[in-house]
Write a protein that binds this ligand. Structure first.
Ligand code: 3PG
Length: 394
């Protein structure tokens, strides 16, 4: 696949699709990892004398300009991070008169940011009109939005039909290299750790990973469905009754494939869903009526840590418990610590697990933390991501 290293952008208008879909609170960016991760590509294009036109979606404005979902605060923060002005092309039409005028005034090495691409209803429908408008702004298109790669929208897929050159940026390349190598060409033993609330959202991930890993660890909310499927008592823990048979099928598949499947052996449970509820530690499948599984227990922490100790590759997606509550963050923290302590290549899927690792202070101990939530999950499912495919086809 061609990257920004394979093109000459001197004096050219370069449209760069980034994923600046960052959390905002009262107009302030509360997690800027996605901005920081986009800098290498932007800096490279500036250094090479390109006219750098950045674009992204933010939230779900559903085709209407919503001031609280404007990318204006991102332009301000990016200017600070780059140490150079990122001019905000405020334009409710995204590619309207204001944006065109701003592009026309650009000099080599200048950077501008377009307004939220989802202000336009066609964006999420991958329509031709908006795709053409975006393409008309540039000579070259760079897709660096890994976090959006599981979507087929105008600004990452449609636009590639109407440009002569489409390449991937450094972030996209890095994500694909790390996740791709881990899943398809892992150094073994290869251990995957899955958590999070729902089995249903990770069905294909479990199924695909069972074909690849040596050990699969399942913790978090979804482990109670497995526990119930095995005949355990789970009290009022999260459970998807429609997936009990699936859980059994996956356990059987693991056995047939010779994959070690590890489930929690104990749990921290609470009598209400709050940090200061009454807490007990019980064995798996022995949760009393009215109590809820909130975290893996201390024996499980040891078991999981032992399983990753001698691993060479570890992929982790999904927290082990309600890590937002300090009393139920122990399991997630124990796994983060175990990953920090191994010599393995450690890869964190985006979304909640990336947030957990960063909040708990283990961010710089991991080999790679993905900027993609949904995108990294679909990658782990073994799916081809439309955003990646479109840039590669050119
Ligand atoms: C994400 O945050 O997962 C991506 O930016 C995609 O956003 P979306 O789920 O709104 O399409």
């Amino acid at each position: 696949k061609k990257s920004v290293d394979d093109i000459n952008v001197k004096g050219k208008k370069v449209l760069v699709r980034c994923d600046f879909n960052v959390p905002l609170q009262d107009g302030k960016i509360t997690d800027e990892n996605r901005l920081v991760a986009a800098l290498p590509t932007i800096k490279k294009l500036i250094a090479d004398g390109g006219k750098v036109i950045l674009c992204s979606h933010l939230g779900k404005p559903k085709g209407e300009p919503k001031p609280e979902l404007s990318l204006a605060p991102v332009a301000v923060r990016l200017s600070e991070l780059l140490g150079q002005e990122v001019k905000f092309a405020a334009d409710p039409e995204v590619v309207g008169p204001n944006a065109k005028a701003a592009v026309a005034e650009m000099k080599d090495g200048d950077v501008i940011l377009l307004e939220n691409t989802r202000y336009r209803a066609e964006e999420t429908k991958n329509g031709d009109e908006f795709s053409k408008e975006l393409a008309s702004l540039c000579d070259v298109f760079v897709n660096d939005a890994f976090g959006t790669a599981h979507r087929a929208h105008c600004s990452n897929v449609g636009v590639t039909k109407y440009v002569d050159t489409a390449v991937v940026g450094y972030l996209m390349q890095k994500e694909i290299d790390f996740l791709g190598n881990a899943v398809n060409n892992p150094e073994r033993p290869f251990v995957a750790i899955l958590g999070g609330a729902k089995v249903s959202s990770k069905i294909s991930v479990i199924n695909n990973l069972l074909d690849k890993v040596d050990t699969l660890i399942i913790g978090g909310g979804m482990s109670y469905t497995f526990s119930k499927a095995m005949g355990g008592h789970i009290g009022v823990s999260l459970c998807e009754d429609d997936y009990l048979q699936y859980a059994l099928d996956m356990m059987k598949k693991a056995e047939e494939k010779g994959v070690k499947l590890l489930l929690p052996v104990d749990n921290r449970i609470g009598d209400s869903f709050s940090n200061d509820c009454n807490i007990q530690v019980v064995k798996r499948g022995e949760i009393p009526d009215g109590w809820e599984g909130m975290d893996i227990g201390p024996e499980t922490e040891k078991l999981f840590a032992e399983a990753v100790k001698d691993a060479k590759t570890v992929v982790w997606n999904g927290p082990m418990g309600c890590f937002e509550m300090p009393n139920f963050a122990h399991g997630t923290e124990a796994v983060a610590k175990a990953l920090a302590d191994t010599d393995a290549t450690t890869i964190i899927g985006g979304g909640d697990s990336a947030a957990a690792v960063n909040i708990l202070g283990y961010g710089d101990k991991m080999t790679h933390i993905s900027t993609g939530g949904g995108a990294s999950l679909e990658f782990l499912e073994g799916k081809e991501l439309p955003g990646v495919a479109a840039a590669n086809d050119k």
